[in-house]
Write a protein that binds this ligand. Structure first.
Ligand SMILES: [Zn+2]
Length: 154
C-alpha cells in the first residue's frame, strides 16, 4: 500500500464517506472483508439493486453477490471501484453523491443510460465497470424522450 492510497483512505474516513459506506454495508448486512486497501461488503441485501457493485468512500458494496462472482463477470471491477474511492477523496467526501447523480442525470439525458456520458464513470473506466457505450444524442431528443417517459409514469 503506498502513501497516496493511505492518505486517500484516511481522507475518506475524515470526510465521512467511508463511515457512510460502512453504515450502508451494515444496514445491508454485507459480509465485510478487506481487498488490498479497500473494504468489501459482498452479499449485501439492499431494497433496490441499481448496480452490480457500488462504492461509498473506500467501501465497495456488492448487492446480492460475492466479489468473486462480480469479478467473474467483470475482471477489472475492483480497479473501477478503486477509481471511485479517489473520486470521493477529491470531491471531499459526501459532495461526490450529488455530483455523481447530476453527472448520471446528464448522461441519461445525452445517451439514455447513466454511465456513457457520466464523467465519473468514464474516468473510472466504462469497460472496467461493465458498462456499454451508448452514443450521444441531441439534447432535444433526450429531453423529448424523458418528457414522454414522465407522461407514461403519471
Ligand atoms: Zn462506476
Amino acid at each position: 500500500m503506498n502513501t497516496g492510497q493511505v492518505l486517500k483512505d484516511v481522507a475518506n474516513v475524515v470526510n465521512l464517506s467511508t463511515p457512510l459506506g460502512l453504515a450502508v454495508a451494515l444496514v445491508g448486512r454485507g459480509r465485510l472483508r478487506r481487498r488490498g486497501n479497500l473494504i468489501v461488503a459482498d452479499q449485501a441485501r439492499l431494497p433496490a439493486r441499481f448496480a452490480g457493485a457500488f462504492t461509498v468512500g473506500s467501501v465497495v458494496v456488492l448487492p446480492g453477490r460475492t466479489l468473486e462472482e462480480a469479478e467473474a463477470r467483470h475482471p477489472r471491477v475492483m480497479e473501477h471501484e478503486d477509481a471511485h474511492t479517489w473520486q470521493y477523496a477529491y470531491c471531499l467526501g459526501l459532495p461526490f453523491l450529488p455530483l455523481y447523480f447530476a453527472a448520471a442525470a446528464w448522461s441519461v439525458l445525452r445517451t439514455g443510460d447513466r454511465a456513457s456520458a457520466n464523467h465519473f464513470e468514464i474516468q473510472a473506466g466504462l469497460d472496467d465497470g461493465g458498462y456499454k457505450r451508448n452514443p450521444p444524442r441531441p439534447l432535444r431528443e433526450g429531453l423529448t424522450r424523458l418528457l414522454r417517459r414522465g407522461d407514461r409514469a403519471s
